[in-house]
Design a protein around this ligand. Structure first.
Ligand code: PMP
Length: 312
């Protein structure tokens, strides 16, 4: 077995730093309900900060973890401050000086009940995860040929779509596998009403007539930290108007530009939907502006948004 998981020799589990390969839960353990969070930390762009990483919107992500826990009836056995300290310790133990992905996980303990598990392992795996917005902009030179999945996004009266619950990702996996099977790069969902919802692990933004449009929380989306950041900085800092409202499938096809946004996907231009080209099948000018500004925020180069960064 490799000693490092994507460069992560150590992780934090139940109160201590341990070797990643020793972070084990038994396969006899049924995983019906568990939650996680997905956070990124970026190498500070200024010279003084070189070698240091800053966590993007720690408070918002950790609030969402607590919200996910509340919805699922899970008690997190640590405080927010303890998890921040654990995250810092794990980054230090791994000697990370690259951009990293931080994924706090609550995993039911096998002995604590089937559907009504009361005790949960708390894990913080952290691994190397380079930005897609950096040099060469990989996501900007690639095509992201997207389909509208035949699977609908789970309605939030059936599953907690606004919680980052592992089980929700079975729905995502079905759509992603459908896209792969049909030879596409990505999938997005309609909600149970037939309006645009979100991607498999990212939210969706349509650009029409110089304005950003993104579906509301009631369209079964995860309340994305990236989406809410864009909704704040696009109008305030860049003068780009942004609107939250339902989008029909046909309207989405008619987008001038469209992109996915999320912690992992960052800003990923959608180049076609169901074979219909979006714009000229390349990232459009507004997507590029948003992506460049967002990259600046993440690198700590935007004074006004430095309060979105927490030193790790
Ligand atoms: N929707 C889903 C289903 C996701 O998994 C994610 C990634 N966390 C997002 C949207 C984007 O959320 P965020 O910007 O907070 O990463």
């Amino acid at each position: 077995m490799s000693t490092a998981f994507h460069g992560a020799k150590y992780c934090w589990m139940d109160g201590a730093i341990i070797e990643t390969e020793k972070a084990l839960v038994t396969a006899m353990n049924e995983v019906y309900l568990g939650i996680f969070e997905g956070i990124k930390a970026y190498v500070a762009g200024d010279v003084l900060g070189k070698g240091r990483v800053d966590i993007f919107r720690w408070e918002s992500h950790i609030e969402r973890l607590w919200h996910s826990a509340a919805v699922c009836g899970i008690t997190i056995p640590y405080t927010r401050e303890q998890l921040l300290e654990a995250t810092r310790e794990t980054i230090k133990a791994n000697e990370f000086t690259t951009n990293v992905y931080i994924q706090p996980r609550l995993w039911p303990k096998s002995s604590s009940g089937r559907f009504v598990a009361k005790e949960f392992h708390t894990l913080i795996p952290i691994w190397n995860f380079n930005t897609l917005l950096g040099k060469g902009n990989p996501r900007f030179s690639e095509k992201t040929r997207t389909i509208v999945s035949s699977w609908r996004r789970i309605p939030s009266d059936a599953m907690p779509a606004q919680a980052k619950c592992w089980a929700n990702y079975a729905n995502s996996a079905l759509a992603a596998r459908e896209a792969a099977r049909l030879g596409y790069d990505a999938a997005l969902f309609l909600d149970s009403r037939g309006f645009v919802s979100e991607g498999t692990g990212a939210c969706v933004v349509s650009v029409r007539d110089g304005k950003l449009i993104t579906p509301p929380v009631t369209a079964s989306i995860l309340e994305s930290v990236t989406r809410s950041s864009i909704l704040e900085f696009a109008p305030e800092d860049l003068g780009i108007p942004a609107e939250v409202r339902d989008i029909s499938r046909v309207e989405l096809y008619a987008s001038d530009e469209a992109f996915f946004c999320g912690t992992g996907w960052e800003i990923t231009p959608i180049t076609s939907i169901d074979g219909i080209p979006i714009g000229n099948e390349q990232h459009g000018p507004l997507t590029q502006r948003i992506a460049e500004y967002y990259a600046g925020i993440l690198a700590g180069n935007v004074e006004k948004r430095k309060n979105w960064l927490t030193p790790a």
